[in-house]
Design a protein around this ligand. Sequence first.
Ligand code: R5P
Length: 288
Amino acid sequence: MIVPGTSSQSLAAALADELGEPLAAVEYDRFPDGETLAAVPSFDAERAVVVAATDSNDAWVELLQLQDAVREAGTSEVVTVIPYMGYARQDRAFEPGEPVSARAMARAISTGTDRVVLVNPHEESVADFFDVHVAVCDAAGCLAEPLPEGLSEPLFLSPDAGAVDLAEAARTAYGAGETDYFEKHRRSGTEVEITPSDTDAAGRDVVIVDDIVATGTTMSEAVAHLDADGAERVFAACVHPLLARNARTKLERAGIERIIGTDTLERDVSAVSVAPIVAAAVEAVEAT
Ligand code: R5P
């Protein structure tokens, strides 16, 4: 039975279709003091696949509650799908005294599950923080699907070297174009410095591919450079369309042609579902 968190209801329904399993009717409530309560009154299955993007503190608590609720209902196996893992970017203590938040969250989640499925965590090494088996899905290839056909001399670009594999996966799935990357230096949470590559973007359609668009600073800086270089259309493609604060405004003002994301976070730009690859990972995990 597929058990959705509040933030992943559409993805959970798509996953239920893919796996041919029923979708649980979860009840989400909030007490007067602000505490949340997620319950699964009708749960009755051997296996629970809990699907919850953790894009807020409440979502993390809700996920722990759902894991506990299905155990309490007597399920013998819990698979936890975290399509977007919040706090994954704090995967080390950057300054003395800071926590490794990703590790703290992973340990908490591990206590309530037999297995975990992640989609493009910020770094793949985040999987090592869990105490249970973790399958990591790469959804970058899915980003090619919503792109228009016949892009002009397409250039798939990542904003930094670390994301070039995502750009390459999207290019491969699109079936045409070149791949390159910019260099990025982050000055603060909302300030980045981008150094363009040598590839000539003039007159070309460019797809910037990244794992996440958070504040939109990285993408809008990259668009500004491409615009100055005379790029034709610029598409912003990301696995996780977090779109925090004024990210949309920044991207619109930068002149982006279109933002494309997956449904790891359910936004109006979520043009493609990761359900098929997550379903495959759940089934593969089952086979291990
Ligand atoms: C950073 O390493 C990530 O890959 C993204 O580039 C970053 O999280 C995007 O953040 P923002 O949209 O706030 O620039």
